[in-house]
Design a protein around this ligand. Structure first.
Ligand SMILES: [Zn+2]
Length: 273
């Protein structure tokens, strides 16, 4: 299996397009699912509301707080509460606390949460939480814990992961010549002059969206096929973890699953010998 980075952008979040070759749809889907479900992030899980005069119900407010992506460089300093040595009672390895105390009028933003850990902060401090009227008060305490995407979507480090087969242009040269076709694709990837392909921009093929266009324009002489052994893989983070770390943790989780299965099977089958 081979991989190369095709495109990369970084702002608050990271976006990447990778080309994965010599693999199968099943394996690429395993990677997609591991990124969604097996990489831990921090998210607010418990909220203790002392005062809430805002128009928003306590439950709704807690739900919105839970969905705030939280950024932390070193996620490995935390343990999930059920695996922590404190036994899940709550300690600095499994909990980060935040407080919020605001008086209206005005908008409460994610950045108004004050975390008791120097490395933890909201990815988007200007994310609005609730509007407050004159004299309204909001006072609460929130507890963020480590969790996984398979438990709740709020713990997913990625917002969009998808893939498609790598586009491949298949040309029936004889048919194309016979018809003497002239065609230039709107994306500028394929150019045909007088029944001959004069240009295919191989480098930009992963971006090709002209699925049915080629067939229509050339009366079936040129088709765009999607390979099932090479893939264009798109991934976008929510900013909570670096993309590189997200991949590392996803692969570690897969490795761990395979090695524990290997051990378990070895024991079972040795008993049969
Ligand atoms: Zn703990």
């Amino acid at each position: 299996m081979r991989a190369r980075l095709y495109r990369y952008e970084r702002a608050d979040v990271e976006k990447a397009t990778l080309i994965l070759e010599d693999t199968s749809p099943e394996f690429v889907n395993t990677i997609r699912r591991a990124l969604y479900t097996l990489v831990p992030t921090l998210a607010i899980e418990d909220v203790i509301i002392y005062e809430n005069d805002t128009p928003m119900y306590d439950e709704m407010l807690a739900h919105r707080l839970g969905l705030i992506p939280l950024k932390v460089e070193d996620i490995e300093q935390f343990d999930p509460p059920d695996l922590c040595e404190c036994g899940g009672r709550g300690c600095e390895r499994c909990q980060v606390r935040a407080t919020l105390e605001v008086e209206g009028p005005g908008t409460v933003y994610a950045g108004d949460l004050e975390f008791d850990h120097p490395e933890v902060e909201p990815v988007f401090p200007d994310m609005p939480i609730v509007e407050m009227g004159e004299g309204q008060r909001l006072r609460l305490e929130a507890i963020a814990v480590l969790g996984f995407g398979y438990e709740h979507a709020k713990w997913k480090p990625v917002t969009a992961v998808g893939y498609k087969g790598m586009p491949e242009i298949v040309v029936d040269e004889e048919k194309l010549k016979e018809k003497g076709i002239d065609y230039e694709c709107p994306q500028g990837i394929l150019r045909i002059e007088n029944g001959e392909v004069v240009e295919i921009d191989e480098e930009r093929l992963p971006e090709c969206r002209m699925y049915k266009e080629y067939e229509k324009a050339t009366d079936g002489a040129v088709r765009l096929e999607l390979r099932d052994d090479a893939f264009v893989f798109n991934v976008e983070t929510d900013g909570s973890l670096p993309l590189k770390k997200t991949f590392e943790l996803a692969f570690e989780a897969l490795e761990h699953k395979v090695s524990s299965l290997k051990e378990a099977l070895k024991e079972e089958l040795e008993g049969e010998e």
